[in-house]
Design a protein around this ligand. Structure first.
Ligand code: ADP
Ligand code: MG
Ligand code: MG
Length: 897
């Protein structure tokens, strides 16, 4: 096995083996760009080292061979006393982990060679400056000495000299500093700073290997979803010196603006400096454009190299470079990270430049970026100015910027928002009862729960800003107040009605009103913004073009989950090609809850028929509006699904109310009946209880009423020359018999409506596949179903045996931390388990009925990774909340591109 590659041997496609830095150093070397010679130790070597705790056999010899070759080429030996070769030892993993791992510069310097370096380059100050940097970096990253101790010693030296930067220290000062640093090392590390060059190098290599597993590196990987077993490569690179005087320096640059995508000269440069000085903010850098006046030759060369790199990588690159006495050296490049807005702009710019085609442009952006662009945002100038107090910091659960008056319960949220107030709903955590309040609020803030908590999931679905799990905030819903700690450490109390601002992109919570700027991209999707000339419009044009590519190539259709005309219309503007899930239970809330109560309490057929009779016209009107909004497009209506107790008062509350009333001897007859009903309907496990198709089979007339409402609404729309395309969906079917019974009843009702109205209705009847048994018997079920819609929320719940409402709070965090899954299976479909059931059920269903329509509804329909999976298994459409539609369209396009 080969563990070491010379820069001339690698290329940019070997990132797995050589890491990003090593692969790109090799690529630049082979492009003929000025890269200081060196070699890369592979990630394989690192993996072996981390597994066994020892350097792999043969590694040392291989390194020696490459070092020999390097020394030959450079005409000097590592650490050679009269003319030392110096190298840097640099970490570099496959995915860039900025600042997470270690790099040591100036390896090879020692008491013996520092004078040789001074003599060779004719600069004593420089030699001692390089040496003190080595002892400092080596002490900190290899020997684990607290870096502050070196910083303090440096500060003391500057203070003693009255110097305001390290440039004020002369050779003698720096020489003294080296002694001080060495003393710190001896004291803190319990060993002398190693003088032997090869020992320095080998220790540094192992330190880089070890840095893969530091706590902060692990944390970063978890957050960025980088696998933990990749390991890092190590690059040994001969040193070039930016700290050789004013004609030397070091800098960073981008080939275009990573914030906006605009072409131009972006970067920073620092004269007479080395390594991290530029980013460390030790001295003030100058904008890269000024390099033109400092050193025009190097500047021009750099511009040419940047152009070469862009053309070669066909993308924005970022660059690290050093100038040594007027000679430019390239030390790093990679395809640069960028903001969401820049990603879209750059992708279309590159198409225009002829560097990439449209399919590639689609691959260069993603749904998460598009979602980001759709949220309004805070004006960062305001938050950075320090005038606005930050009072908390939670989890950035659903991006966006929301400002409003603090309210602590859903009732107040709804009431205030009706009277035109903007509110932020603040709860410890939310539950389904808070839905109305969440809808009414500008944003949601909770002190408990993570990215998959109820508040977070619902908010994301609604496109609503949410910060959750802001644990240092003390939420007291009873007294309607929130206690936080101000920036000065003193407690701040926020009462109901006080203004707060929450930033769902950063998780930060502010007291008072932070100004927001609306998202031009939403304005565009809403049809309120068209092409123009200012900066925002360039972004809009880019989004417009990319969406057009996506729509052109995608095979998956995209529908919306919507249950009212307003959402339906928005969904349509956003590009929905129908409604994939209209939840009828949402039509039974509010004032209609009472009617449902009457239905549940009905003792006789007459009472029940009356209750249903009262609901029928209301349902019908809802459907008429919905079919009108979606004229010409399919609308899948799901018959009532949730357990009935959800429409009744909470059992504890009601019990207390009745008990209190009884003690006062004025118990109310209706409450008593309600309590009885609540007890009767109470289930230990309601999600697996009387719900879905089971309701239709047990409560006479319920589904028939809903089907009648749908059929009559469709007939009404046809009479009005509309084009209704309703599809009736039966939830929670586990066996074809259930479906057949409900279906017979539905067919009969439809026939009645057809006869009564003299219209021929074409209503499709299908089912959800959301129980394992349904998936396993999909071939049979397809006999009675014209379409399947995979209810992947319930399917995930039942396949894993997870209760969605409980597990996220109880053990998901532990599961995520232990790596049992990288992401909640409720967020991204579990391809191996739930996904394979979907795949098999789709195939079995189609084997029975080749024209069976297949879709998916639920959270996964708008999740990028899941959308790709649904494309791959050949579904016809995904359905998601209106705000996710552009994301689903884009991802469906990317899946097909
Ligand atoms: P990071 O991964 O944190 O960017 P690098 O390995 O790129 O770490 O090293 C940080 C900086 O050190 C580089 O940007 C460069 O300025 C400097 N550096 C690294 N190797 C050399 C070298 N061989 N000669 C001169 N400077 C170097
Ligand atoms: Mg770097
Ligand atoms: Mg379901």
């Amino acid at each position: 096995q080969k563990f070491v590659y010379d820069f001339t041997e690698g290329n940019k496609d070997l990132k797995d083996l050589l890491g990003g830095k090593g692969a790109n150093l090799a690529e630049m070397t082979n492009l003929g760009l000025p890269v200081p010679p060196g070699f890369t130790i592979t990630t394989e070597a690192c993996k072996e080292y981390l597994e066994s705790g020892r350097e792999p056999a043969g590694l040392r010899d291989e390194v020696s061979a490459h070092l020999d070759a390097l020394e030959q080429r450079m005409g000097k030996k590592l650490g050679q006393a009269d003319d030392p070769l110096l190298v840097s030892v640099r970490s570099g993993a496959k995915f860039s982990m900025p600042g997470m791992m270690d790099t040591v510069l100036n390896i090879g310097l020692s008491d013996a060679s520092v004078a040789g370096l001074a003599a060779q380059l004719g600069d004593e100050r420089f030699a001692w400056d390089s040496y003190r940097r080595l002892v400092q970096m080596f002490g900190k990253t290899v020997l684990g000495v607290d870096g502050d101790l070196f910083e303090e010693a440096l500060e003391n030296a500057k203070r003693a000299k009255g110097a305001d930067s390290d440039l004020g220290l002369d050779a003698a000062d720096l020489r003294q500093l080296v002694d001080d640093f060495k003393a710190i090392v001896a004291k803190e590390a319990g060993r002398e700073f190693p003088q032997e060059p090869r020992e320095q190098m080998d220790l540094a290599v192992c330190a880089v290997f070890d840095s893969w597993n530091t706590e902060r590196a692990k944390l970063y990987r978890r957050q960025e979803r980088i696998p933990g077993d990749l390991g890092t490569a190590v690059n040994i690179c001969s040193m070039v010196f930016g700290n050789l005087g004013p004609d030397s320096g070091t800098g960073v640059a981008f080939t275009r603006d990573p914030a906006s995508g605009q072409q131009g000269v972006y970067g920073d440069y620092l004269q007479n400096a080395q390594g991290e000085d530029v980013v460390a903010g030790i001295r003030n850098t100058v904008p890269l454009a000024e390099l033109e006046t400092i050193d025009k030759t190097s500047y021009d060369q750099l511009m040419r190299i940047m152009e070469t790199l862009e053309t070669h990588y066909k993308d924005l690159c970022d660059i690290e470079f050093t100038i040594e006495r007027g000679h430019l050296w390239m030390l790093q490049t990679r395809v640069g990270k960028r903001t969401a807005a820049a990603a879209f702009r750059i992708a279309t710019q590159l198409v225009d430049q002829g560097l990439i085609d449209e399919a590639e442009a689609l691959r260069r952006v993603n749904g998460a970026q598009l979602a980001q662009l759709m949220f309004p945002r805070f004006d960062h100038e305001a938050t950075d100015s320090g005038q606005i107090k930050r009072i908390g910091w939670g989890i950035a659960a659903s991006p966006g910027a929301a400002v409003g008056k603090a309210v602590f319960d859903s009732y107040t949220a709804v009431k205030w928002s009706r009277s035109g107030e903007k509110v932020i709903l603040i709860r410890r955590e939310t539950n389904p009862d808070d839905l109305n309040g969440m809808i009414a609020a500008e944003g949601i803030l909770t002190s408990r729960g993570g990215k998959t908590s109820h508040a977070a999931v619902v908010a994301r679905g609604m496109g609503k800003t949410c910060v959750c799990g802001a644990e240092e905030l003390e939420v007291d819903t009873k007294r309607r107040r929130l206690t936080a700690t101000g920036p000065d450490g003193k407690p701040v109390v926020i009462e109901e009605g006080d203004l707060v601002s929450i930033d769902g992109s950063s998780g930060k919570v502010y007291l008072g009103e932070v100004p927001v700027v609306p998202s031009p991209v939403v304005e565009y999707f809403e049809g309120r913004m068209h092409a123009g000339a200012d900066e925002a419009d360039e972004l809009v044009r880019a989004v417009h073009r990319i969406m057009a590519y996506a729509d052109r190539v995608r095979r998956l259709r995209v529908r919306a989950n919507a249950d009212n005309a307003e959402d339906a219309s928005r969904a349509r503007r956003f590009g929905a090609q129908g409604i994939g899930l209209c939840r009828t239970e949402h039509m039974f809330l509010g004032e209609r809850r009472e009617m449902v109560e009457r239905l549940i309490l009905a003792d006789t057929d007459t009472e029940r028929d009356q209750a249903l009779g009262a609901l029928l016209p209301l349902q019908r009107d809802d459907f008429v509006e919905l079919f009108e909004a979606m004229d010409g497009l399919p609308v899948t209506v799901r018959l009532l699904d949730p357990p009935l107790h959800e429409f009744l008062p909470d059992i504890t509350e009601l019990s207390v109310r009745v008990a209190l009333a009884e003690s006062r001897k004025d118990a109310n007859e209706n409450d008593l009946r309600l309590l009885q009903a609540v007890h009767k309907l109470h289930e230990a496990n309601p999600m697996l209880g009387l719900r879905g198709v089971r309701l239709g089979l047990v409560i006479p007339g319920l589904f028939a009423m809903q089907v009648r409402a749908i059929a009559e609404a469709a007939a009404h729309r046809m009479a009005a020359k509309g084009d209704p395309r309703a599809e009736i969906m039966i939830p929670l079917v586990g066996t074809v018999q259930e479906l057949e019974i409900v279906r017979d009843e539905a067919d009969q009702v439809i026939a009645e409506v057809e006869a009564a109205t003299g219209t021929r209705l074409r209503l499709a009847i299908g089912t959800m596949i959301e129980l394992p048994r349904a998936a396993l018997t999909a071939g049979q079920i397809a006999e009675a179903a014209e379409f399947f819609s995979f209810g992947t929320n319930d399917l995930t719940q039942t396949v894993w045996g997870f209760s969605r409402d409980d597990v996220e709070a109880s053990f998901f965090t532990a599961y995520l931390e232990k790596g049992i899954f990288g992401v909640s299976p409720f967020e991204t479909i579990d391809k191996d388990g739930v996904g394979s059931l979907v795949r098999a059920a789709a195939a079995d269903g189609r084997a029975t009925r080749p024209d069976l329509k297949l879709g998916v509804c639920g959270e996964h329909g708008g999740d990028p990774e899941s959308v790709h999976f649904f494309h791959e298994v050949g579904l016809d459409y995904v359905s998601c909340s209106p705000f996710r539609i552009p994301v689903a369209r884009l991802e469906a396009g990317r899946a097909a591109a």
